[in-house]
Write a protein that binds this ligand. Structure first.
Ligand SMILES: Cc1cc2nc3c(=O)[nH]c(=O)nc-3n(C[C@H](O)[C@H](O)[C@H](O)COP(=O)(O)O)c2cc1C
Ligand code: SF4
Length: 507
């Protein structure tokens, strides 16, 4: 009997380890020869821990499992039976390219990885020149999934063409945005995808060394990635001659100490060098003077983990999905007050309404949706009036927002948007690296100004707007520069929450 049960941190937080022990005990009691695979998550967090039993008809899903549900699975009488995993509507409607293997394979089995298309991308890349690899990435239309949406091919070209004795590939796995977990999920569920993507990046750019800067709050992801790197090295897929190609590439996992600003690429590089995580002024670009002053590609986990499928299926295949200048697929991370939260990979273009009312099933509280914050703590709050906005970089920018790392956090009508605006300023004040004045001082003044408005001083509203303008245009990086997005969107779309009299009347 073969059973799959996630080792994913979210599944573990919901009791997967206890269920795993109960499964082993039940099989032993019944004298059943059990193979228990600890897989990644399928992304349906409300069904975790999701147990799957392999059958000739395919995998059968059960969830959300508790220890007391285990015997029923063996008896065939489980009230948690959901049918074939592949037929679950949430999974069926997705286009899983980056996450195709996540939740399907044993994360640390190289054989399983290869049996599901793993290393086909590297094999193809090894038949190409560095310039051809970079051109393929450009042709795919892939843009950085870390937040800024910068074209990945252009970044790689800059590093590839830079002359230096040493170059680096740095993977940004700091994943600081609230409500996001795509990086964690893929590192825990399909770590070789990231290793393969970084290896292709190294070969394309002439970089022989890679680092994954992984947040310390992700101990499970750190453990899985470290094991996967060791396995890949032992198999000759990392090291002095990757897959006997003559190209050298090796990598290490480094853990961050926990600061939101250390997700900003230059601050990350300082932290990686053992320095304080303070933002560096640009230029010079990290692509020319990055880690230890050498040309460095800094890419998000999802950007790099998408490279293998682009090389396996071809740039044209990947580019064919999407909308406008947002090509391919995006792993939406749906969180907050929702009925169905989790990871949903789909081509760009779905409207926010389709995501919230359809996929997420509305709020968990059953109350009307008031606001949706897209793009993490620096993202704008969208009211229902903007629910027709299609998911795409330019489309969101056009509505005063951003898609960031594709985190989507839902609030019902009990949310107080003035408090959310205060939270944005407070977050910025706490997380500011302190290098520039508009952010370091502005965020503190922002908290004070929102407090004045909360006390009924509506004359402070224009002051808040002015302050946001200053932070937006004068900050050195996007922490100070984008904090005005949540603040101004809250003020613009939910003005009643900023007028004490209107608020009192409503209460
Ligand atoms: C305050 C701040 C925090 C950031 N946090 C992250 C992060 O956690 N992960 C990430 O990939 N990018 C983050 N970024 C974006 C990075 O600076 C950079 O654009 C990204 O790593 C580039 O990779 P990409 O092109 O693949 O997106 C952050 C940016 C800022 C300003
Ligand atoms: S905007 Fe804030 S976080 Fe960014 S450099 Fe300035 S002080 Fe540092």
């Amino acid at each position: 009997m073969k059973i799959y049960l996630p080792l994913d941190a979210a599944a573990k937080a919901l009791g997967a380890d206890d269920v795993a022990k109960a499964v082993q005990a039940e099989a032993a009691k019944r004298g059943i020869d059990l193979t228990l695979v600890r897989n990644g998550s399928r992304g349906m967090v409300w069904l975790e821990p999701l147990l799957e039993v392999e059958t000739p008809e395919g995998r059968m899903a059960y969830g959300p499992m508790t220890v007391s549900d285990v015997a029923g699975v063996f008896d065939g009488s489980s009230a948690k039976a959901l049918g074939r995993t592949d037929d679950l509507p949430w999974l069926r409607a997705q286009t899983r390219l980056t996450f195709a293997r996540c939740g399907v394979i044993d994360p640390l089995s190289l054989d399983d990885y290869k049996a599901h298309g793993g290393y086909a991308g590297l094999t193809r890349a090894l038949t190409m020149t560095g310039a051809e690899i970079v051109a393929e990435v450009s042709a795919s239309g892939l843009r950085g999934r870390g937040g800024a949406g910068f074209p990945t091919g252009i970044k790689w070209k800059t590093v590839a063409e830079a002359k230096a004795d040493q170059k680096y590939i740095v993977c940004n796995a700091d994943e600081g945005d609230s409500g996001t977990f795509a990086d964690r999920m893929i590192m825990e569920g399909d770590p070789f995808t990231l290793i393969e993507g970084m290896t292709i990046a190294g070969i394309a750019c002439g970089a022989t060394k890679g680092y994954v800067y992984l947040r310390s709050e992700y101990p499970d992801a750190i453990a899985v990635m470290e094991q996967a790197v060791r396995i890949a090295r032992t198999a000759g897929l990392l090291g002095a001659s990757v897959a006997r190609s003559g190209f050298a590439f090796d990598m290490e996992i480094r853990s961050g100490a926990g600061a939101y600003v250390c997700g900003e690429e230059t601050s990350l590089l300082n932290s990686l060098e053992g320095k304080r995580g303070v933002v560096r002024a640009k230029p010079p670009l990290p692509a020319l003077e990055g880690f230890l002053g050498k040309p460095t590609v800094v890419n998000n986990v999802i950007s790099l983990a998408t490279i293998p499928v682009i090389f396996e299926k071809g740039a044209a295949f990947y580019q064919n999905f999407g909308l406008g200048r947002s090509r391919g697929t995006i792993p939406l991370q749906i969180a907050g007050n929702v009925k169905y939260g989790g990871l949903y990979e789909i081509a760009f273009g779905l409207s926010l309404g389709e995501i919230i009312d359809g996929i997420a099933g509305g709020t968990a509280s059953g109350r009307p949706v008031k606001a949706v914050q897209v793009g993490g703590p620096l993202g704008a709050y969208f009211p229902r009036a903007l629910f027709d906005t299609p998911f795409g970089y330019e489309e969101y920018a056009g509505k005063g927002g951003l898609i960031g790392h594709a985190g989507i956090t839902v609030f019902d009508d009990s949310a107080d948007m003035l408090k959310q605006a205060r939270f944005a300023m407070e977050f910025c004040a706490i997380e500011s690296c302190g290098k520039c004045t508009p952010c370091r001082i502005g965020a503190v003044r922002g908290v004070e100004t929102v407090d004045r408005i909360a006390r009924g001083d509506t004359a402070a509203i224009p002051l808040l707007t002015d302050l946001c303008d200053t932070m937006k245009s004068g900050s050195l990086c996007a922490l100070g520069g984008f904090t005005p997005y949540p603040v101004m969107s809250a003020l613009t779309h939910f003005p009643d929450d900023f007028h004490a009299t209107a608020k009192e009347a409503a209460e």
